[in-house]
Design a protein around this ligand. Structure first.
Ligand code: ADP
Ligand code: MG
Length: 626
């Protein structure tokens, strides 16, 4: 070792993290052994890949393995790998900062998650720092595959670390943990052995504990399904998924044609994005003949399937493919299509086989499928089958599929209808469902704003158009019965044709600023009025979301489109209004505006609250005080 030693401060957030690790998470120390072994295994995988893609690598003769040495006298635990190693600048960066950090809330989230389950620490990409749960000092001696000089990194986990040059190192990394008094156990062989058995059984390199190999290296995904026990699958999932609980679903499949594939995919029990992680990294690793070529691959599945964990292995891929080349490799694209379709088919089968379990999946991960439906045209058909929504006919709120809806359609019904609202009660009290209820036509309730985007992207299901019920040209209002009655709306009311025509014309003038047209409704049953959207225009919900998005990002302008107002000639309020506006036009105008605003609110659209409340009091005053 030369005497050149440089001292570096940890980044502020790393300091905070270390403080948490050292002072709050010490109750489940075992985790640190797993994290260091997993880093060693990662480094070995990276080296194996580099040795194929690079022309020259340093110390090529070393066997790829992990060795663990214990010293009960000196209280040290040493984990050595012959992996890729680190250069000086990699050391400085990788072990001085937090790789996955981003948001300010990140650390707070980490503390919360770690309180619930410390094994989540690996999910946050801060595994290395867990060494300080047991170590009073940690030394990392490492030399890169590129043969640059070796270095030693050292820290006691408080404020700073040092890096100094170190001569004579082989390729790879040695982590020396000098154990705290209360963590002396980790220098005992039985202890480390049991941790490896529990957590690291699937490491694909030999782990030698004091000269003895303690794991059997196996690639579970290349085995025959019948030869793998549930427990082995679950353990494997926990290992690769950094998970503490069993997976919700598992799909193990092999194919020879058109591509040779061995794939093992898992759906976790929980959706990690709701823990405040932001977007999770993809969790499926791409192998070729059991050699890892792309960890957490962004290429092997579409982004919206990032919640999956697992392995895809294909012999057809060129072994020496670079990560860049994966991106636009046509074979990878083909693999992605085959695997995605196979997985979606699996979900559909599961939905039929065990509907209740599928609904659990849907409530946890449905949001990703919706993302897929709006962003990925290629799988819309398959995703369409997997969607679930509440509807006017879903018993006690249990979501139904669009296929169920189609089965229940009236013989002459051609379209699938949906309407958005904040909840079931609000939708059912609103004007849009009146005609559907009267005619006993099922209507899908889309309670999440994204749902309208999903259905409008889908466009149709099973050959039936998907139509938002706030559209102006709904065909259910124009069936035969109605055609016979054409013009009869007037007959049911004391208003004659002329009076109605005059009323709509007058209302249109009053509401000129906000409404494109006022028409007599063929759909309304009880409610006085409702807002509808011009044909082919987006639904009110979509418009509201887009407007909110513009506001949030400070994008000005874009007047919201003018709506049509439909009025109900059978409604007493509308009838009275026809009379009132000839006698007291000023007051009648206030009433017309209030009817309009009420209809806007029922459509989920925004009105000017000040103006509305003031007007409302005017009307109340007149009723109560006169
Ligand atoms: P993660 O493993 O999720 O990236 P860690 O905190 O466990 O996060 O490790 C941080 C980084 O340090 C790793 O990404 C890797 O680049 C580097 N590293 C850690 N251990 C080793 C090792 N044994 N060999 C080479 N690099 C390592
Ligand atoms: Mg790690």
């Amino acid at each position: 070792m030369t005497d050149q030693k440089a001292t570096y401060e940890f980044k502020a957030e790393t300091k905070k993290l270390l403080d948490i690790v050292i002072n709050s998470l010490y109750t489940e120390r075992d985790v640190f052994v797993r994290e260091l072994i997993s880093n060693a295994a990662d480094a070995l995988e990276k080296f194996r890949h580099a040795s194929i893609t690079e022309t020259e690598v340093f110390d090529d003769h070393l066997p790829l393995e992990i060795t663990i040495e214990l010293d009960e006298k000196k209280n040290t635990l040493t984990i050595t790998d012959t992996g890729i190693g680190m250069t000086k600048s990699e050391l400085e960066h990788n072990l001085g900062t937090i790789a996955h950090s981003g948001s300010n809330t990140y650390l707070a989230e980490l503390v919360e998650a770690a309180k619930k389950d410390v094994s989540l620490i690996g999910q946050f990409g801060v595994g290395f720092y867990s060494a300080f749960m047991a170590g009073k000092t940690v030394r990392v001696q490492t030399r890169s595959w590129d043969k640059s000089e070796g270095h030693e990194w050292m820290s006691d986990g408080t404020g700073s670390f040092t890096i100094s040059e170190m001569a004579g190192l082989h390729r790879g990394t040695k982590v020396i943990v000098e154990l705290k008094d209360e963590a002396k156990d980790y220098a005992q062989k039985w202890k480390i052995n049991s941790i490896i058995k529990q957590y690291s059984a699937f490491v694909s390199f030999p782990i030698k504990l004091e000269g003895e190999t303690v794991n059997t290296v196996q690639a579970l995904w290349t085995k025959n399904k019948n030869d793998v026990k549930d427990e082995e699958y679950n353990d494997f999932y926990k290992f690769i998924g950094n998970a503490a609980t069993d997976p919700m679903y598992r799909l193990h499949f092999s194919a020879d044609a058109p591509l040779a594939i061995n794939a093992l995919l898992f759906v976790p029990a929980e959706n990690f994005e709701v823990f405040g992680f932001g977007k999770v990294d993809p969790g499926v690793n791409l192998y070729c003949q059991r050699i890892l070529i792309d960890q957490h691959s962004k290429n092997i599945l579409p982004e919206w399937l990032r919640f999956l964990k697992g392995v895809v292995d294909s012999e057809d891929l060129p072994l020496n493919i670079s990560r860049q080349a994966l991106q636009d490799n046509s074979l990878v694209a083909k693999l992605r299509r085959v695997i995605t379709k196979r997985f979606l088919k699996y979900l559909d089968e599961e939905a039929t086989r065990e509907p209740e379990q599928y609904l659990k999946f849907w409530s946890t991960f449905g949001i990703y499928l919706k993302e897929g439906a709006t962003s990925d045209y290629e799988y819309q058909k398959e995703i369409g089958k997997l969607l679930r929504f509440e509807s006017s006919k879903s018993a006690d709120g249990t979501p139904v599929s669009l296929a169920d809806y189609v089965l229940r359609m009236h013989p002459d019904q051609e379209e699938i209808y949906y309407i958005n609202g904040p909840n079931r009660a609000a939708i059912e009290a609103g004007p849009y469902v009146e005609m559907f209820t009267k005619k006993d036509i099922e209507i899908v309730y889309t309670m999440e704003p994204i749902d309208d985007f999903v259905l409008s992207h889908l466009g149709e299901f099973d050959g039936k158009k998907l139509v938002s019920a706030d559209r102006a040209d709904l065909s259910i209002a124009k069936d035969e019965e109605e055609a016979k009655e054409e013009g009869s709306a007037e007959e049911n009311t004391p208003l004659d044709k002329d009076a109605l025509a005059e009323l709509t014309k007058w209302m249109q003038q009053v509401l000129e600023k906000t409404v494109s047209e006022v028409v007599v409704s063929k759909r309304l049953v009880d409610a006085p009025a409702m807002i509808v959207n011009p044909d082919g225009h987006m639904s009110s919900t979509m418009e509201r979301i887009l407007a909110a998005g513009r506001k949030e990002h400070g994008i000005p302008g874009m007047e919201s489109s003018k709506k049509k107002l439909e009025i109900n000639a059978k409604n007493p309020l509308i009838q009275k209004l026809a009379d009132l506006h000839t006698k007291d036009a000023t007051f009648a105008a206030e009433v017309a505006k209030q009817i309009h605003d009420n209809a806007m609110i029922q459509a989920g659209l925004v009105v000017d609250p000040l103006e509305m409340v003031e007007r409302n009091y005017k009307i109340l005053n007149r009723v109560v005080l006169n």
